[in-house]
Design a protein around this ligand. Structure first.
Ligand code: AMP
Length: 331
């Protein structure tokens, strides 16, 4: 089985965009590959979160991913900072990374543009830490979106440089994991673009949202005055509502509203009411599971302890071999 590594950011709650765009694929991937999932808490330090917030976010993101169905019996789920070998490999790989190439990273340039007062070295060397996360398990594949392709390129460059410098065939050159399905883009409720936590309030429906909140958000979703002629193409905001409905409602329900749209009898209020109900039916069991897991400290601590143990095995082996190749041998 191929080894796959994927990071989970401990920032904010999961929304339906995360679920259908990423988590759902991870649930399948954990059966198809030897998966390592880690909560990227070292990475999140570039923005200096408050210690209490960091701890709470790590716990929450674990609870939410477990509630969705990540199964620690099948995959390896751990917290990045529980694996100090990652920090060591990061240090060693830093010797092979050129500041020039790191400065040319699209994400780095974007970050310093957005926050010019916090250009720390951790931000610059983010791709090196990401390479360490991946290479520590000698992963062959990484499930990345388009925006992360460049980071994966960095990982391959560092791997090749290491192999070349020491004349070994040690690190693989990881490539993007292909889910074998078209990646969905889940629209937000504000009439355009993507569902995302940093967008306008009410744009995202979170997996922890209660029924009332879901109803309020969905009922406020942008629509228009409705079609005036049969079989008109749909404006973007309306397409978005249909796209969301296709994710959580039955085919019959979707067809009912498609027909109503095409013969101009659609009432968006009814459609949104139905969408809110179906979203709640979809979210409710996950929401309850999140509550159950977040209140079970013992279970979470068992999961991360056992996850770290499993992850340690391959991390220790990799770092020992790397030390040996570099010449850091015991006397
Ligand atoms: P983020 O919450 O922005 O850290 O996103 C984590 C991952 O969730 C991304 O890499 C995407 O795979 C997925 N994702 C986030 N928002 C959406 C969305 N609106 N539609 C599809 N996938 C999404």
């Amino acid at each position: 089985m191929e080894t796959v590594v994927s990071g989970i950011r401990p920032t904010g709650n999961l929304h339906l965009g995360n679920y259908f765009g990423a988590v759902k694929n991870f649930l399948k991937m954990q059966h198809d590959a030897n998966c390592y999932f880690f909560v990227a808490d070292y990475h999140s330090l570039t923005t200096h979160p408050h210690p209490d917030n960091l701890n709470a976010s790590v716990k929450q993101v674990l609870a939410e991913n477990l509630a969705c169905g990540l199964n620690p019996e099948i995959c390896t789920l751990y917290v990045q900072s529980d694996l100090p070998e990652v920090a060591e490999l990061y240090l060693l790989l830093n010797m092979l990374a050129y500041t020039g190439e790191l400065e040319r990273s699209v994400t780095f340039k974007e970050k310093i543009r957005k926050d010019p007062n916090n250009v720390n070295a951790g931000l610059l060397t983010y791709p090196v830490l990401m390479a360490a996360d991946i290479l520590i398990h000698k992963a062959a594949k990484v499930p990345v979106g388009k925006d992360q392709e460049q980071h994966l390129e960095f990982t391959r460059n560092f791997a090749v440089r290491f192999n070349h410098l020491y004349g070994v065939e040690f690190f693989p050159q990881p490539v993007a994991y292909n889910f074998g399905v078209q990646l969905v883009k889940v629209p937000g409720l504000d009439g355009s673009g993507k569902m995302g936590k940093s967008e306008a309030e009410g744009n995202a429906v979170f997996l922890i949202d209660e029924h009332d909140t879901i109803k309020k958000k969905v009922m406020r979703a942008v629509t228009d005055s409705g079609p005036t002629e049969p079989n008109q193409p749909k404006p973007e905001a309306i397409t978005n509502i249909f796209t969301l409905m296709k994710l959580v409602s039955s085919n019959d329900t979707v067809q009912h509203f498609e027909d109503a749209y095409n013969n101009c009898t659609i009432r968006y209020g009814d459609m949104k009411k139905q969408l809110a109900e179906d979203m709640n039916i979809f979210i409710a069991p996950i929401r309850e599971k999140i509550k159950e897991i977040s209140s079970d400290e013992k279970y979470i601590s068992k999961v991360v302890r056992e996850g770290a143990e499993k992850a340690h095995e391959s991390a220790r082996k990799t770092v020992q071999e790397v030390r040996n190749i570099i010449g850091m041998r015991s006397f």
